[in-house]
Design a protein around this ligand. Structure first.
Ligand SMILES: C[S@@+](CC[C@H](N)C(=O)[O-])C[C@H]1O[C@@H](n2cnc3c(N)ncnc32)[C@H](O)[C@@H]1O
Length: 211
């Protein structure tokens, strides 16, 4: 066997081990996407293949709405959403990592966006105002949250009746959650199922709080 072949196999095994460690570790403790990887969410290709466009479309936004961007990261969705709900609307961008929020803060000042409030907290810690939001989103976040049931219950309580949560999952994400798992968690939290949109690499599911 050539040394090159052994090298390739060793690298592939290493990557698979990191992937598995990250995926299964997140079930028992908080293992968020590290802030130094935030650049990978901001590259152009993520707009099309990273669930961004489809998630925004599925949110069915309108001016004046209040939106909770849960696990906002560096804000690739926060800023277009803030623009879509203007005038009169606002976005609360919640993330567990201060470094992600620092990146978002920089982008907000570059773009002169004035209707975003940053909130450093874990999803499920009860920091979201109750019965307050028209829309919420969890885009490539659910699998990073150790207590998913609690997080979904908090979002359910934070939404107004008729409010919509959009959950987007993208294949290749080490924390990818299967559609059936998302549906089961959502129904346990009290949500009804809304529209589903799939692309070859992602899905976006609307979850509706009953009136
Ligand atoms: C893969 S990034 C996605 C960011 C953003 N939603 C996007 O699609 O660009 C996941 C984000 O969820 C955040 N996160 C992970 N666990 C969290 C938790 N328990 N509560 C709140 N945010 C969390 C991470 O800090 C990270 O910024």
């Amino acid at each position: 066997m050539s040394t090159v072949f052994i090298g390739i196999v060793a690298v592939a095994l290493f990557i698979a081990a990191v992937f598995a460690f990250w995926r299964y570790g997140a079930r028992v403790t908080s293992m968020p996407c590290p802030a130094w990887l935030a650049w990978s969410l901001e590259i152009d290709v993520m707009k099309k293949y990273g669930g961004q466009t489809v998630a925004i479309e599925m949110l069915e936004l309108a001016p004046g709405m209040r939106v909770a961007d849960v696990g906002c990261g560096p804000g690739r969705l926060t800023i277009p959403i803030a623009e879509a709900v203007s005038p009169g609307g606002e976005v609360v961008a919640l993330d567990i990592q201060s470094k992600m929020l620092d990146r978002l803060k920089r982008r907000i000042s570059e773009k002169a966006v004035t209707n975003v409030t940053l909130l450093q907290a874990g999803a499920g810690e009860g920091k979201l105002a109750k019965n307050f939001f028209d829309r919420a989103l969890l885009v490539t976040v659910l699998g990073e949250i150790p207590d998913r049931e609690r997080a979904l219950k908090e979002i359910y309580t934070a939404l107004k009746p008729g409010g919509i949560l959009v959950v987007t999952e993208v294949m290749g994400d080490p924390h990818y959650q299967r559609l059936n798992k998302v549906k089961q968690l959502a129904e346990t939290a009290g949500f009804g199922l809304g529209r589903l949109k799939t692309t070859p690499l992602s899905f976006a599911l609307q979850l509706v709080k009953p009136d």
